[in-house]
Design a protein around this ligand. Structure first.
Ligand code: HEC
Ligand code: HEC
Length: 343
């Protein structure tokens, strides 16, 4: 078998030699092609061949019921898999949901218009792969829906497909639906949801569906390196869309102090102190969004998207001088610190 592959190995050496010759000859100002997955820890896009599609559920699985600790609701496997209506495990935790928040507009039209809470959860706390939107100012939410609709919010990592799903969703809303959803999420107070832990080693983990990272079974660990990895405290409850099952963000030792300097003082001219716009304690101010206690993976993607001009709405222009000189390590430290603050 080994011999069988040899000619290909030699062929690729020859190709590599050609490329390096071209690289030497190229003028120095020629732009490098952008990396396919520029900030893998934040975008969490799955790489490698896709896993085989799951086997269709059996009748027994479809009729089996599940519940969550503290919930008096139970759902069958069939209900769990039906994304046209959100799972409402704790109705007492949130105000009555407008139709567009709880239900998909139509099972046959654009399948993702509506049911905001399917992705952002019934209390709007969101998950690392989308966004926490509880407690955002109503005006800011409406601006962002308009930016998504106008094509001003795309992901810098083209493999992150759910940002495009969100944009399609925003584009399909009526103004009445957008206002109802914005009022709903703005009315809910964000409470602590993410615990930030400084460490050099993390549980050995795997990518879940191109969405986030989760520990593999067992007690194995791996070095964290220069990454920030946000993982569910219970993968099982997260998979059931629990709006109460919280997250841990593992960050490299020393990140919080570095992040604090950048956020509070601009890191000696590297960026601009954030509270001037984002308010005291980074809790938001008028239509400037709050940053405290929000998903660091989400916030990091936004800073990087803004730096790459893939997020480029009218409001984003005020963020230009802020993101211009940030390195990926700065983005990591800033978002680790922000996530560690009380929302
Ligand atoms: C299919 C999942 C999905 C659905 C359904 C969905 N969203 Fe989103 N939403 C996302 C993703 C993904 C992002 C952006 C994440 C990124 O690019 O990093 C996002 C981002 C947002 C943002 C930006 C938050 C910020 O801080 O700027 C708002 C606001 C928002 N969604 C509101 C809504 C509303 C309102 C609805 C229902 C009408 C909705 N979403 C339905 C997945 C979804
Ligand atoms: C001059 C005012 C200003 C300053 C200073 C500023 N921001 Fe912003 N920031 C904004 C505005 C306006 C928006 C909304 C952008 C949009 O509409 O796209 C924003 C949005 C953001 C977002 C996206 C939030 C979301 O919900 O998607 C992040 C993250 C952010 N800022 C981080 C920072 C950090 C970190 C600093 C300090 C290092 C900072 N900002 C300083 C004005 C500012």
């Amino acid at each position: 078998m080994a011999n069988h592959f040899r000619p290909q190995v030699f062929a690729s050496f020859a190709v590599m030699a050609l490329f390096s010759a071209a690289a030497i000859a190229a003028p120095p100002q020629q732009a490098q092609p952008p990396a396919q997955h520029p900030v893998p820890w934040a975008y969490a896009v799955a790489v490698g061949p896709p896993p085989p599609p799951p086997a269709p559920p059996t009748d027994a699985q479809l009729s089996a019921t599940s519940t969550l600790p503290g919930s008096s609701v139970s759902y069958t496997g069939k209900q769990l898999a039906d994304s046209s209506t959100v799972l409402d495990w704790f109705p007492q935790d949130h105000p009555p949901m407008p139709t567009i928040v709880a239900h998909r507009r139509s099972p046959t039209a654009n399948p993702w218009i509506g049911s905001c809470a399917w992705c952002h959860l019934t209390n709007g706390k969101g998950r690392p792969e989308n966004a926490g939107i509880a407690g955002l100012p109503e005006g800011y939410i409406l601006e962002q829906l308009a930016d998504f609709k106008a094509g001003a919010r795309k992901s810098a990592d083209q493999g992150k497909r759910n940002t495009a799903t969100m944009a399609g969703n925003a584009a399909g809303l009526t103004q009445e639906e957008a206002i109802a959803a914005a009022k709903y999420f703005a009315s809910i107070k964000m409470t602590p949801w993410i615990k930030v832990v400084e460490t050099d080693t993390v549980p050995k983990n795997h990518n879940v569906g191109g969405f986030f990272w989760a520990p593999v079974e067992g007690n194995e660990t791996e070095p964290l390196g220069n990454r920030l990895l946000e993982m569910p405290t219970s993968l099982e409850e997260t998979e059931l869309h629990s709006p109460r099952s919280s997250w841990i963000a593992y960050v490299p030792t020393g990140s919080l102090k570095r992040g604090e300097d950048l956020v509070l003082r601009g890191g000696s001219g590297k960026t601009v102190a954030c509270a001037a716009c984002h308010g005291e304690g980074l809790k938001g101010n008028g239509n400037f969004p709050p940053l405290a206690g929000r998903s660091p993976s989400y916030l990091a993607r936004q800073l990087y998207d803004m730096q790459q001009y893939t997020r480029n709405g009218p409001g984003t222009q005020l963020m230009r001088p802020v993101v211009q000189n940030l390195t990926q390590d700065d983005i990591l430290a800033i978002t680790a610190y922000l996530a560690s603050l009380e929302p």
